[in-house]
Design a protein around this ligand. Sequence first.
Ligand code: HEC
Ligand code: HEC
Ligand code: HEC
Ligand code: HEC
Ligand code: HEC
Length: 250
Amino acid sequence: MFSRRFDMGVKVGGAVAGTVALCVFLIGYFGVRNDVADVGYRPQQPVPFSHKVHAGYTQISCQYCHAGVEVSGHSPVPSVQTCMNCHTVVRNESPKLKLVRDNYEKGTPIEWVRIHKVPDYAHFNHSRHIRAQIDCKSCHGPVEEMGVVSQYKSLSMGWCLDCHRNPEQRIVGARPISGIFTGMKIDQKNMMDSTFLYKPLRAAQIAAVQPVVVPSYGFGQSPVPAQQVHGIPQPKQAGVGPENCSSCHY
Ligand code: HEC
Ligand code: HEC
Ligand code: HEC
Ligand code: HEC
Ligand code: HEC
């Protein structure tokens, strides 16, 4: 008959094989699931803010509201102050903007629901990518055509690495609407003055917004005098993103 030792071997072997199979299944399952789970994630926001109206129709560049992406790791959602730069004048009675006005008076922020998030054990830095003139569209899709922003790419590790391996196929170069390194700077003062360019939109006009192919420079932007570029890291040609674990996990 079989020796005890052999019996033991079968049991241990079976347990090991079972564990390995379970691991493979779990990694496979969650790996695949991760790739698709969050795409299209579109939470209910406290204010019915539309990128299609602001970035698409009104041509306010991304940088005007998401200031600092060129220089910091983070790309913050704008403060109420930024909204009120325009909305003290534009649609200042609108019930849709009541929460914005209330928060402005109280000096409290709007509690926007965060959409894009990589887990804490992975590190993502906007400025490195923006400096290499990688347009927001490469990762966030055509936000200026979205009435409500939703997650466009999986943000999975495979997605990061796919672009790091094949950047030329994945990168959309900087577009004027993004306001990143296009030689134009946002001019808050002109922006205020040019609120007079503002014409009320009708629903039909908003519905008819065409995808922006070659956007003109938005209002409130003026050429950057050479010395003003100072302090902002200079744009560079995109190299290749890293693949070693420690670049993203540390
Ligand atoms: C540079 C100017 C500008 C800034 C800054 C701006 N908006 Fe607007 N906003 C507009 C214009 C122009 C419209 C279109 C008004 C229309 O429909 O005629 C608009 C429309 C809106 C509407 C729809 C109002 C309605 O009654 O239909 C909401 C809501 C809104 N904005 C929220 C915001 C929020 C929140 C912020 C800050 C994150 C913001 N806006 C920042 C110019 C601006
Ligand atoms: C008028 C101000 C304004 C402009 C211009 C603007 N945004 Fe936004 N953006 C916001 C606000 C407010 C939110 C938070 C509410 C929401 O998610 O719709 C937001 C949210 C986002 C988010 C989701 C953030 C998250 O929680 O993950 C992305 C991505 C984004 N914007 C990209 C862009 C891009 C790309 C452009 C240019 C094409 C742009 N935005 C132009 C105000 C603006
Ligand atoms: C290379 C891909 C990539 C590019 C290019 C990119 N983003 Fe992002 N963005 C991300 C990722 C990944 C996250 C989630 C980051 C995190 O969790 O720390 C994110 C998060 C955000 C958020 C939410 C951050 C927060 O703190 O709430 C905003 C807003 C945003 N991006 C706007 C922009 C804008 C505007 C541009 C262009 C100027 C841009 N992004 C370009 C990948 C990108
Ligand atoms: C659309 C293409 C694209 C996507 C998507 C992308 N990257 Fe990159 N990434 C690049 C390129 C190109 C560079 C090299 C930039 C340069 O030349 O400086 C880079 C550089 C980096 C660097 C190096 C920065 C440093 O300090 O050396 C890190 C880290 C990084 N990416 C992390 C990520 C993470 C994490 C994600 C996914 C959440 C991601 N990237 C998604 C294109 C991309
Ligand atoms: C370009 C950046 C980048 C590099 C390089 C990278 N990772 Fe990741 N990794 C990520 C991101 C982003 C996530 C989070 C993905 C998600 O949300 O599902 C992640 C998730 C993970 C996870 C969690 C399981 C999963 O897939 O969700 C493990 C384990 C992991 N990475 C290991 C590694 C190892 C080992 C290496 C080196 C061979 C490596 N990573 C290199 C960006 C990177």
